[in-house]
Design a protein. Structure first.
Length: 72
């Protein structure tokens, strides 16, 4: 069963992007499929998630090397 969670508030600076980023991360770590749709003109959530995904510690080769070394 799909569950939809929405963070909606017309006021800026109330923590929507931060909340979305952290809730999505917790759900993903729990093995849930997560889709984040960022309709904000500033794209803070999109930019943060793309920057985070580009970090070398999220690459498959980096993770395989850490696994082989037992460095978790």
């Amino acid at each position: 069963m799909a569950v939809k969670i929405a963070f909606i508030n017309g006021k800026g600076g109330c923590g929507k992007s931060t909340s979305i980023f952290h809730v999505a991360g917790v759900l993903a770590k729990a093995g849930k499929k997560v889709l984040v749709i960022d309709f904000d003109k500033q794209r803070n959530t999109t930019d943060t998630l793309l920057m985070h995904a580009a970090l070398p510690e999220h690459s498959a080769s980096f993770l395989r090397a850490r696994c082989a070394q037992g460095n978790w």
